[in-house]
Design a protein around this ligand. Structure first.
Ligand SMILES: *Cc1c(COP(=O)(O)O)cnc(C)c1O
Ligand SMILES: [Zn+2]
Length: 389
């Protein structure tokens, strides 16, 4: 098999970069770089029927993945998670077509596995040996475990109050874990200083081009699992937004490949009332989000006060006629139990937020009962048992 990855391009100023050197963000404007593929060749040679019989992981889409030599892939079997029909919830909410994409089934217990599998694989391919990141939890754990698998060095900077599971998985995996007396933004500052001082490659959210390529595979899978249809609605718990923009990127690519019709999906971002920079920007019509001060929510994955990809998230929401809304921590806790007791799916608080969002969208007539709805459960509850009671 061959990957059609060809070059990198800035999503803002469109400057192009070669596919040989380890770039992170745009050197002109500092914004997010995307991996670009030779779509003409891919369209000719990568037929969706060629997926039949392939590995049941996100690497089944290899031609549209960023790794040039298959032997560099660092995998724990991430992706191809179940898309479960939620009929019991459907009954209660009076909806006929709800699905839950259960990312809690991933190795490391969250969908961060996808991004880090792609980023660690590409780092290995580029000859980068030492990685660093600040993390609220799941990303740091996944980085540590994937680096262990691929024989790379992981440096993780985590706030002291991160879930116990994330601290344990990082240190048990042999990462250099530093606990910070402060917020994720403080951890970020120390990680950046250490990167400069010790020559570490910073794999913070959307500050290198490859984690988004791992996360985009959720979009490929949803379409494949729906027999090459796209849902009417996808509800996504939004922190840095990698998954939301990744799914949107995947839909554009699949349309170019001729695999799907123009996607009809409305991309919906849900955030916590205590940290909602994207919702605020969406509602005010702004193209960028302002930094959210005093961020508060127990859902660590969406406690992200400022996202470098804010303009891309807002663009995907608007282009798809989606929306953005907040839910409270209390609603998340209720919906953890609601999803568990009705469907047997035990979601992370962030995943539960999508159910809380669906309830209020139905009440506000922004989503309709007969629509095909996909809730993204981005992780499993087992990693958070110390975070609520
Ligand atoms: C990181 C994380 C999120 C947010 O993902 P982004 O792609 O950064 O928006 C949501 N849920 C869980 C469980 C996470 O770990
Ligand atoms: Zn640029």
């Amino acid at each position: 098999m061959r990957s059609y990855a060809e070059y990198l391009q800035c999503t803002n100023c469109h400057k192009e970069y070669d596919y040989i050197n380890p770039y992170r963000t745009c050197q002109e404007c500092g914004k997010v770089l995307y991996v670009k593929y030779d779509m003409e060749k891919a369209k000719k040679n990568f037929d969706r029927n060629s997926l039949i019989g392939r590995v049941s992981s996100m690497w089944r889409y290899y031609e549209m993945m960023p790794i040039k030599d298959e032997s560099n892939i660092v995998s724990l079997g991430e992706g191809m998670t179940p898309l479960l029909k939620a009929n019991n919830l459907g009954k209660v909410l009076n909806c006929s077509d709800i699905y839950i994409k259960d990312e809690g089934c991933n190795p490391t217990g969250s969908f961060k596995a996808r991004g880090l599998s792609a980023a660690v694989s590409r780092a290995k391919e580029l000859g980068v040996k030492k990685l660093t990141m600040p993390s609220a939890g799941n990303a740091g754990g996944a980085l540590s475990l994937y680096c262990a698998r691929g024989n790379l060095e992981a440096n993780v900077f985590m706030p002291k109050d991160a879930p116990i599971a994330n601290k344990r998985e990082s240190s048990d995996a042999g990462a250099k874990l530093t606990l910070i007396n402060g917020l994720i933004s403080d951890a970020g500052k120390i990680s950046r200083e250490q990167a400069l001082e010790k020559g570490l490659f910073d794999v913070s959210t959307l500050q290198e081009p490859y984690r988004a390529e791992g996360k985009k595979t959720m979009g490929y899978e949803i379409a494949e699992q729906l027999h090459w249809d796209t849902p009417d609605v996808i509800i996504y718990p939004t922190g840095g937004g990698t998954g939301l923009i990744g799914i949107w990127k995947a839909f554009q690519e699949m349309q170019e490949l001729g695999w799907i019709d123009k996607p009809k999906t409305r991309m919906i971002a849900v955030q916590s009332e205590g940290c909602a920079p994207i919702v605020k920007a969406y509602q005010s019509g702004a193209l960028n989000a302002e930094m959210w001060s005093d961020a508060k929510t127990f859902a660590a994955g969406i406690r992200v006060p400022s996202a470098i990809g804010d303009y891309l998230i807002l663009e995907a929401i608007r282009e798809s006629s989606g929306t953005a809304l907040t839910v409270t921590d209390v609603e998340m806790v209720e919906c953890i139990s609601m999803m568990a007791s009705h469907e047997g799916i035990y979601p992370a608080p962030e995943g539960a937020a999508t159910l809380a969002a669906l309830k209020s969208l139905l009440a506000a007539n922004k989503v309709y009962p007969e629509e095909k709805i996909v809730l993204m459960n981005t992780g499993n509850a087992y990693k958070y048992l110390d975070m609520w009671d």
